[in-house]
Design a binder for this molecule. Structure first.
Ligand code: GUN
Length: 292
């Protein structure tokens, strides 16, 4: 069993990004600029956005954080987005989700210029991704694809079972892995809460992508010998043996799965770190005008 080490990979990728930014600045060009918009006081969102801003600094990107109270109106948020769309010195725009209930998220997603949509949530980017055209890929799937590529994990002809059909992980993963090329050319089964005999589906998988948001949902004995396990879950569970009284686990029972699999992503230190790194990769693409 080999770990797919998100910490190592994200450090390598960040070093590559930093080198490219340095080169840009030496040639007199401005660095990539990401603007994050955070509305309200959701504690998890505050942690995620802080991590995105910190990561920008690590690679020499400019970043701006726009913070507003939860009572910001939808019209006011649309006005902020419109200004960022028009600003030639803003390359990437990210509006952190979830938004307060009175704001319709789909209106905001649609309002962001798809050429600056570094989250890859705009229907234009999702459509372009589906057709294999240049697109911003959503950060977690992009990070996973990069992990598979950099560890040379074989994917052609493999049976991949994705557990969870969210718009930002499960559904795009199923599309990306079934596309032509590498990593891809998989035969994909997309499973979810209504799937019958889910354990039997997972037992057939050469590659498992677990993104259901339930701690240790995929059991060790569902993992076929030699399978590749990509664990997207980040769940906090109680653990009286820890000083903090809790610990992080994924959507896969790590102990059992690691006895059977060929590769596995740890939690923490796996997919999570790749997600922020993928956002940085998208922001550099935005600066270079590679997605239009
Ligand atoms: N909320 C949870 N994940 C994400 C993400 O990738 N982007 C944004 N904007 N909000 C999120």
């Amino acid at each position: 069993m080999q770990l797919l080490d998100g910490k190592l990979l994200s450090a390598n990728i960040k070093a590559e990004l930093a080198a490219e930014v340095e080169q840009m600045q030496r040639s007199g060009e401005r660095p990539p600029h990401l603007v994050a918009v955070l509305v309200g006081e959701n504690p998890a969102s505050q942690v995620y956005v802080a991590s995105k801003i910190r990561s920008c600094a690590e690679v020499g990107f400019k970043s701006t954080l726009i913070q507003r109270d939860a009572n910001l109106s939808e019209a006011e948020l649309l006005e902020i987005v419109a200004q960022l769309n028009d600003d030639p010195e803003v390359d990437g725009i990210l509006v952190q989700l979830p938004l307060p209930k009175h704001i319709r998220e789909e209106n905001i997603t649609l309002a962001i210029d798809h050429r600056k949509d570094v989250d890859g949530f705009h229907p234009v980017n999702i459509g372009r991704m589906t057709q294999g055209l240049a697109a911003y890929l959503p950060a977690t799937p992009y990070g996973i694809m990069e992990m598979l590529r950099r560890y040379n994990v074989e994917t052609a002809g493999k049976h991949c079972v994705v557990v969870g059909r969210s718009n930002i992980v499960g559904t795009p993963m199923s599309i990306l892995l079934s596309r032509k090329g590498y990593p891809g050319d998989c035969t994909v089964t997309l499973t979810h809460s209504r799937t019958q005999n889910l354990a039997e589906e997972v037992r057939r998988a050469d590659i498992i992508v677990a993104a259901i948001g339930i701690p240790e949902f995929v059991k060790g004995d569902w993992v076929k010998p030699g399978a590749v396990v990509i664990d997207v879950g980040i769940n906090r569970i109680e653990d009286a043996t820890r000083k903090s009284g809790q610990r992080l686990v994924g959507d896969v029972e790590f102990e059992g799965a690691s006895k059977n699999c060929s590769y596995i992503t740890p939690v923490p230190g796996g997919v999570g770190l790749m997600t922020v790194t993928a956002l940085l990769m998208n922001t550099l693409k935005a600066r270079k005008g590679e997605v239009y």
